[in-house]
Design a protein around this ligand. Sequence first.
Ligand SMILES: [Zn+2]
Length: 287
Amino acid sequence: MADHPRFGPAGIPPIFRIIGAQSFDVPRLLREEGLDAFEYQAVRWSQKPQMKREDAERLGAEAQKNDVLVSMHGSYYVNLSGKKDVVEASKRRLVACATAAQWMGAYVVVFHMGFYGRFEKSYAFKNCVAALKDIAETLNSLGIRNVKLGPETMGRVYQVGTLDEILTICEEVEQTQLVIDWSHMHARRQGRFRKVEDFRAVVEEVERRLGTEAARNMHCHFSKIEYTDKGERRHRVLDEAGYGPDFGMLAEVIAEFKMHPVIICETPLLDVDAMKMRDTYRKNMEK
Ligand SMILES: [Zn+2]
């Protein structure tokens, strides 16, 4: 959990790769850019951690040394509402992610819950809650207690993950962390965020249901986004004028509610746009 708003990229920035950086170099390079969060991408992982424990621990040590808060984006291959074998495999994938998250000191594993498929929405959602409770129990029995499960608000209408669903999960399942992907919510509802009030309404809703601390400590994904009538199409960089949402409006609400979220930048520019968001937030605080 962050003590002040933190900003960082979703994955290793392209420029770091060009200079040949390994994952354990990332915290130091982010610090040089004045960033202080990093979301490790375990998005292609299967049922076992796909990194060595010593490498994960080295990343964690470097993150601590450089005051970079680490989170993990878990496997994309998860559907907690599918057929039984799919759900069981999904559970193992998330447990594998959480295992490595613990090694690297990541405080949350962010993930996508899955799809409604041919099920009634409420039934699909119940399946997800039940599966998540099992996962939380498994983590507990494995002694993985410092890693939270972070189901994310999703950008397409056929994906489980409306704001209401995510809040309900945070109410019902132990060891969860609220993850708000603002651009997904924007896309799913055809441009939901047009005014500062639209952002404020979400923070107020979170506060009402989960309390002030949960609202202040939300984990966020942010980028501009292109969408169709089905929702999310693709992420866009902050400077693209034709797309929303506008980070400046969120920055106002962060200042107003004295929030200290972790803000992970998911635009194609990663660290460059993360720095832009940080600067926008700072300018807002000086007002
Ligand atoms: Zn995601």
